[in-house]
Write a protein that binds this ligand. Sequence first.
Ligand SMILES: [Zn+2]
Length: 188
Amino acid sequence: MNANLSAFTMRRRTLNWKAVKLYDEVMRVLTFGNEALRQKSEPVENIDGEIESLLAGMFKILERHKGVGLAAVQIGIPRRFFITRIGNDAPRVFINPLIIETSGELADYEEGCLSLPGVWGQIMRPKMVRLQARNEKGKLLTIDADGILARVIQHECDHLDGTLFIDKLSALKRERLLNKYEKLKTKK
Ligand SMILES: [Zn+2]
């Protein structure tokens, strides 16, 4: 077991394991071209057992794909929440996130997405963000994020509005990236 996951694993012990197993078997990451990725997610009204089971399953997917962030809509659940797990940082849950401030300073960073496996693009975004979100216990938090976390938060918040990172590339770069993606897909 990864020590970084211990906080979340402890919480998972209280879950309905049958449900977790079921979700794990049916959960698949939707990939580019699936129109469900383009829908606008709806707010989460209750943080209940179903959300907890989805979160547990999403963390498993993130671990399996060695990703750093995953939004619920990527597994076909159009609700406003996402998870992150970056290096040694604790796993985090963001429910009904709202970015309330961004830095004027921008940063250039190479982004990828579990819904577009195998391709990456340089994207310019604000270097820092301040957001409000509820955690898995329903507690409302104000979070100041910098570095990779700020980047992942912005990428995942975009998913909740049906936006993908490739939308932020120039038409030429997007075309190149998608050509590469299609080639990779047909190779599989
Ligand atoms: Zn993504």
